[in-house]
Design a protein around this ligand. Structure first.
Ligand code: SAM
Length: 372
């Protein structure tokens, strides 16, 4: 079914004429309405019009006979699938009036429905769009006020979003968003961090991965919604101190808003529980906790260390120091004793933990090691 231009198309078209310049990509071109509008701008040099639906492309092509329409190249593709590396960072403007309705029947209505909840095609689009957008480029994205997770997805895939258009239709608002690359990520690209991609989301930070000096790196950005102050600089300083003692992932560099450090490959501690290396790994975690105690650094979260250590062979790396603090008395060893107590249900872990908390000496620590 070729999508006949509707209210959302006309709303978007107004912005397309304002924003078009240089190389433009019209994703999900449908009838071709946006691609033609983009080609009419004197600032536009070429237009790629993409659709997964061949019938729509044939229709759009047939109705684009104007002189300026010669700028349009029609591409049959599922999102960016047919766009090779040579198109990396090459578009000034990417337009997408996306299918955003939730799917109603088994068969997806491709022009209208984005997947089970509605946001799925948009999510796939956002996960690749950054790669094809110039650092200073813009995305115009249309979705509905009913489309779930949008604010989250925009941040997660490294964009800063702004609502520029809204129209109320029946029970929903149609929204037009302008997306730019998150300026922090743009800054990192200038410093040589390439192929930045979303990795995971924490309470305060979002983690991306990237490539820096040919090595895979992790990048932690403060979440826009987090009110915690200076978290990135704090964790960077903490990591630098830990690195001097052979602890934590290697700090590479940081800015005010981004921390770039070694991407530690391996398995989360959680997945080592119950395996034959469990005891050995616990001993190593205890050893590092003891060292942290001596440094007066409270890592916190060692009662639930499931995602706080990465294990590869004999190497164990404690990660995630954003909540770590310098204190008079750190409680890493006692906290890990508490974890051992809840894991083994053995009360002796409570007693030895208490004794260690009182004495904080090597002899009690050695007895702890002997209990594993
Ligand atoms: C809501 S219509 C928008 C059509 C037109 N751009 C407009 O503004 O009127 C969405 C279009 O996206 C296309 N589409 C859906 N999924 C797609 C995908 N994975 N890759 C490319 N195009 C897709 C549909 O075929 C449809 O033509």
């Amino acid at each position: 079914m070729v999508y006949e231009p509707q209210e959302d198309s006309f709303l978007l078209k107004e912005f397309v004429s304002k924003y078009s310049r240089g190389a433009v990509l019209d994703m999900g071109t449908g009838s071709g309405i946006q691609a033609r509008e983009a080609s009419h701008s004197k600032r536009t040099t070429k237009v790629f019009a993409v659709d997964i639906d061949k019938q729509a492309l044939n229709y759009a092509k047939k109705h684009s006979n104007g002189k300026r329409h010669k700028l349009i190249k029609w591409v049959h593709s599922d999102l960016f699938e047919k766009f090779s590396k040579k198109f990396n960072h090459s578009f000034d403007l990417i337009i997408f009036n996306a299918p955003y309705l939730p799917q109603e029947r088994r068969e997806r209505e491709i022009a209208l429905e984005g997947g089970k909840e509605g946001h799925e095609v948009i999510e796939r689009f956002l996960s690749s769009a950054g790669r094809f957008l110039k650092p200073t480029g813009t995305i115009l994205l249309v979705f509905s006020s009913q489309t779930p997770h949008m604010v989250d997805l925009i941040e997660r895939y490294g964009f800063a979003g702004k609502e520029i258009g809204r129209r109320h239709i029946f029970f929903e608002d149609i929204l037009v968003y302008e997306l730019k690359k998150n300026p922090v990520i743009q800054g990192l690209e200038k410093l040589g961090v390439l192929d930045v991609e979303y990795f995971a989301k924490g309470k305060r930070g979002v983690i991306f991965t990237g490539v820096f000096k040919k090595k895979k790196v992790a990048i932690k950005l403060k979440r826009e919604t987090s009110t915690a102050q200076n978290t990135v600089v704090h964790e960077s300083n903490m990591l630098k101190e830990l690195n001097r003692h052979g602890l934590g992932p290697t700090h590479l560099f940081n800015t005010q808003n981004a921390l770039v450090y070694e991407f530690v490959q391996g398995t989360h501690f959680r997945d080592v529980i119950g395996s034959k290396s469990f005891s050995k790994v616990c001993k190593e975690i205890f050893r590092q906790c003891f060292e942290l105690d001596l440094l007066h650094i409270d890592k916190k979260e060692m009662t639930r260390p499931y995602k706080h250590a990465i294990v590869k062979g004999n190497k164990v790396t404690l990660i995630d120091f954003e909540r770590a603090r310098k204190v008079l008395q750190a409680h890493n060893v006692t906290q890990f004793c508490q974890f051992m107590r809840s894991h083994t249900k053995d009360e002796r872990w409570i007693n030895i933990g208490r004794e260690y908390a009182r004495k904080r000496d090597k002899a009690t620590f050695e007895r702890i090691m002997g209990m594993i």
